[in-house]
Write a protein that binds this ligand. Structure first.
Ligand code: ADP
Length: 552
């Protein structure tokens, strides 16, 4: 353009340019909406007319609506036409894009690539990834697909530009996910291998411990079994098969019941069922039939094996042959019965003679003789109570501990027993707390025997603190009589065994005379009175022995 000379010329120049711009706007609009098929582009060589030979209105509207950018360039790379999408992609006003070199929309580093693409595309259809600059200066990865088209003015290149940003981002995400996936796959594989190793190791341990268990159970003298929580027996040791002469086919599940002596089956089955229900240890003595038909006594014990959650997995049981011990015990009981019976007769006459001597009237007995007589009487009384206990034990064993029942005034009985104890143990303090007058159905002598036994023990096992208290209170429909001392006390384990026959705590420090019969007899007497007997105790603190009887 020539240099304008004056303001006037300048103004007319501006006016002309504005007119041209408006014209360009209209032209572009007309092309976009398909109203014209040709346009004039001014380049270095002057104005040139371009007609869009093949693009009819429908196609142009279609191109305008595409989500891809569409550009047509001439041989010089000048944009002859573009759609709105391209203008948006490059963030350039639509009217400014036309007439611009296409290369101005790509960054410098992509210019060569674009030039080569354009160059090749004049020969044949080509496509290539090229970066486009968006208005904000950011790079936008795009696919340039080039086709030549024939215009009236000559050949032109039509380029469809597809925004690959989303695709690229998706690819990037995919790549990232793939890497993460690969990493977790590697981790899983690592975990798998370590798990495999652990399983292998555990299986090995399991095989060893199973073999251990098998070896152990087959080598102990007891018969053993394992059963499931529902009671079905699922294994026996070899000794079981040797003893019974049966195989698992007949013994599995509940087949063992067939071998229990008919007299012992009820108790065995009941205790078995109770343990399965409560999870408490199963313990019962019963007779099992041997392969030759002989029954032998066994002590059965079974304990549950639990998992981390406390659920029972299975039970492990043992049956120990106690036939020989039983026989020994029976012989001992028989001997005790006979011996105590034999001892009773001479003791009775001894007591009688002593009474005769004490009552001798003809001449006064020297004091020393009188002293000897009372000492001899004391010893004879002790001996008699010992023999009575022995007789009671054998009677209990034979189921013959019988006595007549009548109404017993417990309050009177306690008062009497305490009086008695105060007389025998003058150095002890006996306290009593009787809430009311209580009457029960029972045998006075036997109940006195129980109470005296508890009082004697309270004294015997509390040598340093000499306070003993006796209470009687209503307990539901029962009366509860308790004897409390502050003596040596008993551990939990000892408490669970003291009512057994001949059981004595092995305590060398506090050993006193006794045979472990008193509490066994007391237990029998109270049970026969439909009552209960028990103990609460703390080692070193003292004990409370109590029994309860139903009130009339
Ligand atoms: P004995 O006293 O003749 O040994 P018992 O059957 O009366 O027999 O008692 C059994 C065992 O219970 C005793 O040997 C003793 O170890 C324990 N025992 C009984 N009473 C008490 C008590 N009051 N305090 C501590 N231990 C006791």
């Amino acid at each position: 353009m020539e240099q304008p000379n004056s303001d006037k010329e300048l103004l007319s120049e501006i006016e002309e340019l504005r007119f041209q711009l408006e014209e360009a706007h209209e032209t572009i609009n007309a092309i976009r909406t398909g109203q014209v098929d040709a346009l004039v582009v001014k380049d270095k060589t002057g104005h040139q007319l371009y007609t869009l030979k093949t693009a009819d209105q429908t196609y142009r509207v279609f191109i305008e609506k595409m989500s891809e950018g569409a550009v047509t360039i001439n041989r010089d790379g000048i944009v002859l036409y573009c759609n709105t999408r391209f203008a948006e992609m490059t963030d350039t006003p639509l009217e400014k894009t036309i007439g611009m070199p296409l290369a101005s929309f790509v960054p410098d580093e992509s210019k060569d690539k674009l030039e080569q693409l354009i160059h090749s595309s004049w020969e044949e259809d080509c496509r290539q990834e090229i970066i486009l600059k968006d208005g904000g200066g950011k790079d936008m990865h795009c696919m340039f697909s080039c086709n030549t088209i024939e215009l009236d003015s000559g050949m032109a290149l039509s380029i469809i530009i597809t925004d690959l940003s989303v695709l690229k981002e998706t690819e990037k995400q995919l790549h990232l996910r793939n890497a993460q996936l690969e990493e977790s796959r590697a981790n899983t594989q690592k975990l798998n291998s370590s798990l495999e190793a652990t399983v292998k190791e555990r299986t090995h341990d399991l095989v060893i411990s199973r073999e251990h268990f098998k070896l152990l159970t087959n080598n102990i003298v007891q018969m053993t079994w394992t059963n499931l929580p529902d009671g079905n027996v699922n294994s026996y040791n070899q000794r079981w098969y040797d003893y019974t002469g049966k195989d698992f086919e007949t013994m599995g599940g509940f087949g063992w019941k067939e071998l229990v002596h008919p007299d012992d089956l009820k108790e065995t089955a009941e205790k078995y069922a109770r343990s399965l229900k409560t999870g408490e240890m199963f313990e019962v003595e019963n007779r099992y039939r041997r392969h030759d038909g002989v029954y032998r006594w066994h002590l059965n014990r079974s304990k549950p094996l639990k998992n981390d959650k406390g659920e029972i997995i299975f039970w492990v049981g043992t049956a120990t042959d106690i036939e020989d011990q039983k026989r020994e015990m029976d012989r001992k009981d028989e001997f005790i019965g006979i011996a105590s019976h034999e001892l009773k007769t001479p003791l009775t006459s001894l007591k009688g003679y002593l009474q005769l001597i004490a009552g001798y009237k003809k001449e006064e007995l020297p004091p020393i003789i009188q002293q000897y007589i009372s000492k001899a009487s004391l010893s004879i009384n002790k001996l008699q109570s010992l023999i009575n206990d022995l007789l009671d034990v054998s009677k209990i064993k034979a189921g013959r501990l019988e006595y007549a029942l009548s109404d017993v005034n417990i309050t009177n009985l306690i008062n009497q027993c305490i009086e008695n104890a105060e007389h025998v143990y003058p150095s002890y303090q006996f306290e009593k707390h009787i809430a009311d007058t209580f009457t029960v159905k029972g045998n006075t002598e036997r109940l006195e025997q129980v109470l005296m036994n508890l009082l004697n023990n309270a004294v015997k096992y509390s040598q340093s603190n000499k306070n003993v208290s006796v209470t009687a209170v209503k307990y539901g429909n029962n009366v509860r009589i308790s004897v409390t001392d502050q003596g040596i006390g008993l551990s939990q384990d000892q408490q669970s065994r003291i009512f057994e026959r001949f059981y004595r705590v092995e305590d060398k420090k506090n050993m006193t005379s006794g045979l472990g019969m008193g509490l066994y007899i007391s237990h029998e007497i109270i049970t026969n009175h439909n009552g209960t007997i028990g103990v609460t105790s703390e080692p070193g603190q003292g004990s409370t022995f109590y029994f309860e009887l139903p009130l009339i």
